[in-house]
Design a protein around this ligand. Structure first.
Ligand SMILES: Nc1ncnc2c1ncn2[C@@H]1O[C@H](COP(=O)(O)OP(=O)(O)OP(=O)(O)O)[C@@H](O)[C@H]1O
Ligand SMILES: [Mg+2]
Length: 355
C-alpha cells in the first residue's frame, strides 16, 4: 500500500537564514508531486527533511497518520535518487543495485530475483556486469532508478534526477520514471526547476519561492490559473502588465492597461475594482481572420516587430500602443515583419493577478 505524506508547518533555519518557513501540504497515497521553484528556494532541504537526513526546527512530517520526526532515515522506507546518481564507480551495475538491499539487510536469497526484477523494470537487462563508466548517461540514471526501486520504498524522492542528461534524453527518461511510478503506485516527490518537466510529469505541483509555498495545484490549474505574478512568470511565458480593473458583473471585468481597454473573465479575482496585473499567455493571442465575428473577443492592433520560426510555431514580438506583446501562433500563418495586424484575445484567457 502506498503511503500518504503530510507536512505540517515545517520551518528550518541555517544560522539566521530561514530556508523553509511554515511549509504545509498533503500528498495523497500514490501521487506524483513535483516541488518546483528557483534555485535556493528550499527544495532539497525539504526532501532531506522528508527522508530524515535533516531535522526541521519546527513542524511535523507524517507518513499516513504517523509522526516521523524521531524516526531515523534508515527506518523511514524512503528511497532517494540524486542528480549525480551517486553510483559506485568500481562496482558493477548489479552490485550497485544490490547496495540498498545489503544496507537494509534484506535476506541474501531475495537479492537475485529482486535485482533482476528492478533491472527489467528500467530496461537494463543484459548490462549487469558493466561498470558505470561503461554506460551512457541515460543508462547510469536508470541504474540509480533501479537502485531506488529495488528496496521497494513506500515513498520515492527524486532530486533533479535528469539535469545531467541532454534535452532529448531527459524527455525520454522522465516518461520512463513516470510509467514506472504509475506501475508501482509509489508516492513520489520529484524536485525540479524545469517548469516544462513539472507540467509534463506531475499529478500535483507545489510551487515554492524563498522557503514558502505559493501554490499547490494540478498542472493545468497552475498554468491556467496562476495565483500570483511570480508563478505566472515562472511557469510558461506570460505577458504581465499593470492594470486597473472594474467588475462589470459576475466574473466579467473591464480593465485599463498599456494594451488599452480589455475585458477579462476571471472567476477567482476577489475584488470589484482597483489596481492589479493582467496576464496573457502568448498562445492565447492570434490574428483575427478576415470576416470573423470578433464581438465576443478583445481586439488589439499591433505591429509585428520580429518573428522567430520555432519549428512548431512562430514566436512574434508585437508592439501594441508602444507596449511589447509576445504572441505565439501556428507556423501556418503567413506573417510579415512590419505588418500591422488585429489580434484577438478571448476575455476568459485574461487572468487578473493581485499586485
Ligand atoms: N547546510 C546548510 N547550511 C547553510 N545554508 C544552507 C544549508 N543547506 C542549504 N542552505 C541554504 O538554504 C537555501 C535552500 O537550499 P536548498 O538546497 O534547499 O535549495 P534548492 O531549492 O534545492 O536549490 P537548487 O535548485 O539550487 O538545488 C539556500 O539558500 C542554501 O544556501
Ligand atoms: Mg537542490
Amino acid at each position: 500500500m502506498a503511503l500518504g505524506l503530510s507536512l505540517k508547518n515545517i520551518t528550518k533555519t541555517f544560522g539566521d537564514f530561514k530556508a523553509l518557513s511554515e511549509v504545509s501540504f498533503d500528498i495523497p497515497p500514490g501521487q506524483f508531486v513535483t516541488l518546483l521553484g528557483p534555485s535556493g528556494c528550499g527544495k532539497t532541504t525539504l526532501l532531506r527533511i522528508i527522508a530524515g537526513f535533516l531535522e526541521p526546527d519546527e513542524g511535523e512530517v507524517l507518513f499516513d497518520q504517523t509522526v516521523m520526526n524521531d524516526i531515523p532515515p534508515n527506518k523511514r522506507n524512503t528511497a532517494m535518487c540524486f542528480q549525480s546518481y551517486a553510483l559506485f564507480p568500481h562496482k558493477t551495475v548489479y552490485e550497485n543495485i544490490r547496495f540498498g538491499l545489503r544496507m537494509r539487510k534484506v535476506p541474501q536469497e531475495e537479492h537475485h530475483p529482486r535485482i533482476e526484477e528492478a533491472m527489467a523494470m528500467v530496461n537494463l537487462t543484459g548490462l549487469e556486469h558493466r561498470k558505470p563508466y561503461e554506460l551512457s548517461g541515460g543508462q547510469q540514471q536508470r541504474v540509480a532508478l533501479a537502485r531506488s526501486v529495488v528496496v521497494r520504498p513506500e515513498i520515492l524522492l527524486f532530486d533533479e534526477p535528469l539535469s545531467n542528461l541532454d534535452a532529448k534524453l531527459r524527455e525520454k527518461v522522465r516518461v520512463e520514471i513516470r510509467d514506472l511510478q504509475k506501475k508501482l503506485g509509489i508516492t513520489t516527490i520529484y524536485v525540479t526547476h524545469d517548469q516544462a518537466e513539472a507540467l509534463a510529469i506531475s499529478d500535483l505541483i507545489v510551487a515554492m519561492k524563498s522557503g514558502t509555498i505559493l501554490q499547490n495545484s494540478h498542472p493545468r490549474t497552475i498554468y491556467d490559473q496562476p495565483s500570483s505574478k511570480f508563478i505566472a512568470d515562472f511557469i510558461g511565458s506570460a505577458n504581465i502588465v499593470p492594470c486597473t480593473v472594474k467588475r462589470l458583473g459576475g466574473s466579467l471585468f473591464s480593465t485599463e492597461s498599456p494594451y488599452g481597454t480589455l475585458r477579462a473573465e476571471d472567476q477567482d479575482f476577489p475584488r470589484d475594482q482597483g489596481e492589479a496585473f493582467l496576464c496573457i499567455r502568448p498562445e492565447d493571442v492570434r490574428p483575427a481572420l478576415a470576416g470573423e465575428d470578433t464581438s465576443a473577443m478583445n481586439l488589439v492592433n499591433g505591429v509585428v516587430e520580429n518573428s522567430v520560426y520555432m519549428g512548431s510555431m512562430l514566436d512574434l514580438r508585437v508592439t501594441v500602443k508602444d507596449h511589447f506583446l509576445q504572441v505565439n501562433v501556428s507556423k501556418d500563418y503567413l506573417i510579415t515583419v512590419g505588418a500591422r495586424i488585429d489580434f484577438t484575445i478571448p476575455p476568459a484567457k485574461i487572468r487578473l493577478l493581485e499586485s
